[in-house]
Design a protein around this ligand. Structure first.
Ligand code: MRU
Length: 345
């Protein structure tokens, strides 16, 4: 078993959902046990689990817990709808969250009673988890063929095992490429304010024994200008039908910098991250998170008391800045509208 196979952010254990608490990494590796859909929604909002595919899978388990709780009740469908609303609202930007909740409501609609729904929804969540890992491995193999064979590869946020069921999207491509012998130097943006790069990507790459360095977000342009970066690869929270891509705040900045330096900019994401109902990125809802995340770092106040803060958690990179979108079913080049639609069929 490779180290990547051992990182399991989401697991079903003894009739409950267990999440590796990502707020505590890298200092502590501990699981939080969740038995109620309300606790699952809170864990998503509080970043116990994060990353678009991972929160989709977590919400699927949240719906399974909700269905199992209402077994034997007459009004079980209304109760399930209330849990669905709560889970959907936990974080607005990642399409995978709402997608997984809708899938589970659809699955419940096919069941005659709550007991059957409880069983079916749990099955579906477990299948989704297993399928996500297989899709990521496929995406990794496809993506490794597309990136330059050698040089510096810059990534942003955490898109690895922790952000998915396992293996990862953009970080999965990095894993697959390194395993296939690519001569890459990996650069991980630290990713303020949650430090997903410095804490989580670094933790995963270190476990895998992949050489890398962490840089502050503001160093990306300098590293590109010095010729250290040959490609950028990121994940996605929601991709509009035309390829406009919402991802962790700072991604758009990287894409603009990459274009200026004529460096290819890649997105790796499962097809479940494509929102075919959204024609372009202008209507993607961008989550604004609490001011305290910016005012503080490591529990210490970093700004004078009470300063005004903007904390958008995501931004939208226009499709025109993206060289290719790597999915589990194939690599799409511009124009994305036709290519994504063909894979999505
Ligand atoms: O706020 P987060 O940590 O949930 O943001 C995660 C990202 O932006 C990832 O890049 C994205 O979800 C893709 S993860 C495979």
């Amino acid at each position: 078993m490779s180290p990547a196979d051992q990182i399991r952010p989401i697991r079903w254990q003894n009739e409950a959902l267990e999440l590796l608490d990502q707020r505590r990494l890298p200092a502590e590796e501990c699981y939080l046990r969740l038995e109620e859909p309300e606790a699952v929604a809170t864990a998503i909002a509080d970043m116990v689990v994060r990353g678009a595919p991972a929160i989709g899978i977590t919400a699927a388990f949240g719906m399974a817990l909700a269905a199992r709780r209402v077994a034997g009740k007459v009004d079980w469908r209304e109760s399930l709808n209330r849990s669905a609303d709560l889970l959907r609202r936990a974080r607005p930007t990642a399409v995978n969250l709402g997608w997984a909740v809708e899938q589970q409501l659809h699955n419940a609609g096919l069941c005659d009673d709550a007991t059957t729904a409880g069983e079916q929804l749990l099955h579906w969540a477990l299948d989704l988890l297993a399928q996500d890992i297989r899709d990521n491995q496929r995406m990794g193999a496809l993506g490794a063929e597309v990136l330059p064979p050698e040089g510096g590869i810059l990534t942003h946020c955490n898109t690895g095992s922790l952000a998915t069921g396992g293996f990862g999207t953009a970080l999965g491509v990095i894993r697959a490429g390194i395993a296939a012998g690519r001569n890459w130097r990996i650069y991980a943006d630290e990713t303020r304010p949650w430090l997903q790069g410095a804490r989580l990507t670094a933790w995963e790459l270190q476990k895998d024994g992949i050489p890398f360095s962490v840089n502050v977000d503001g160093a990306a342009g300098h590293l590109m200008a010095r010729g250290e970066i040959q490609a950028v690869i990121v994940g996605a929270d929601r991709i509009a039908a035309n390829g406009d891509t919402a991802n962790k705040i700072g991604t758009y900045t990287l894409a603009v910098l990459a274009r200026h330096h004529q460096i290819p900019f890649f997105v790796a994401a499962p097809l479940s991250t494509v929102d075919f109902a959204m024609s372009d990125g202008s209507s993607i809802v961008i989550e604004e998170r609490p001011a305290a995340e910016v005012r503080q770092c490591g529990g210490r106040e970093m700004t004078p008391a009470g300063v005004s803060v903007r904390n958008p958690a995501f931004d939208v990179t226009p499709a025109a800045l993206i060289a290719a979108i790597i999915t589990e079913k194939g690599v799409v080049r511009p124009p994305f509208l036709e290519g994504l639609a063909a894979l999505g069929k």
